[in-house]
Design a protein around this ligand. Structure first.
Ligand code: AMP
Ligand code: FE
Ligand code: FE
Ligand code: ZN
Length: 285
């Protein structure tokens, strides 16, 4: 069983449509794929409709959170997408991305970059607009050679010259909301130090005590030492350990199934969840 529990589509900052994502996941030989767009479930219906036979879809989202001034991402799986309290918080975060992206465009204009909101909006399309879309605009303008190169202090990295914060949920509140909607929470790439400050282990312990289910350990942004440390932390705190690609289509270098999750851990996630069930593929539209 090959299980990849963290993927993005054009519903946020990936480049595959939800239908393309599940077709590519099937072609890559995955048995289970999770759709975890940033702060939205908008891609679900299209992914379900296109789901190939033999591939199971885990519905989810990656929630933007912040604790003690540190931005972090919380993967949420198999929650009820209609549950009103979590839905309201997701929409609040997603909608705040628009004025925030406009503010980053204004910052870039002040820095002499002729990017426009229309350009960023075209790149984002229907997706939750985020820094990778702004970064793609900077690539189009020849300001930086790749999307990754836009994530420096010079441009869009946390605290960078053109970075503007968005509304982000307290992770303790996110855990409470996801549980209330029958879902399971996994702290995404907790050791991704290249992205900015990371959450201290003491806070991970507090999150575990508050009901966090797991942490993502096998991830492209974690080196071998970080993975070993996080595995030890998970064992100490009784947390599930996941692995996933964090696939973003052509916007990032990772490929589907580059890292995977143990089938027993996947089974435990599905047993804990009560808000939604994994969807088995029946052939696709
Ligand atoms: P946003 O949610 O708009 O703040 O943008 C966060 C997204 O930007 C993440 O989900 C990644 O897709 C991407 N990102 C963040 N940090 C980096 C980085 N250092 N290199 C490349 N992409 C990054
Ligand atoms: Fe992303
Ligand atoms: Fe993330
Ligand atoms: Zn992600």
């Amino acid at each position: 069983m090959r299980i990849d529990l963290h993927c993005h589509s054009t519903a946020s900052d990936g480049t595959d449509t939800p239908a393309e994502l599940v077709r590519n996941a099937g072609a890559a030989g995955l048995d289970v794929v999770a759709l975890t767009d940033h702060d939205t479930t908008r891609g679900y219906a299209e992914a379900v409709a296109a789901l190939p036979r033999g591939l199971t879809l885990v519905t989810g989202a990656e929630l933007s959170c912040r604790v003690d001034g540190i931005s972090m991402h919380m993967l949420a799986y198999l929650f009820d997408p209609e549950e009103p309290a979590l839905l309201a918080e997701r929409e609040l975060v997603r909608d705040d991305r628009v004025p925030r992206a406009r503010a980053m465009v204004a910052r870039l204009n002040e820095l002499g970059v002729p990017v426009t909101w229309e350009q960023v909006a075209r790149i984002a399309g229907e997706g939750s607009v985020g820094r990778p879309h702004v970064a793609t605009a900077l690539v189009e303008l020849g300001v930086v050679p790749t999307v990754n190169d836009a994530f420096t202090g010079h441009w869009l990295a946390d605290g960078g010259r053109a970075h503007v914060e968005k509304h982000e949920t307290d992770p303790f509140e996110a855990i409470r909301l996801v549980k209330g909607a029958g879902g399971v929470t996994v702290f995404a790439h907790p050791g991704a130090s290249k992205r900015g400050r990371t959450v201290p282990e003491s806070v991970v312990a507090e999150l575990a005590a508050a009901g966090l289910d797991g942490i993502e350990v096998d991830h492209m942004d974690h080196d071998a030492d970080t993975r070993a440390r996080l595995r030890g932390l998970a064992a100490d705190l009784g947390l599930l350990v996941t692995g996933s690609s964090d696939y973003h289509g052509s916007r990032k270098t990772c490929v589907l199934g580059e890292y995977t999750t143990d089938p027993e851990v996947y089974g435990e996630i599905t047993r804990r969840a009560t808000g939604a069930f994994p969807v088995p593929g029946t052939g696709g539209a």
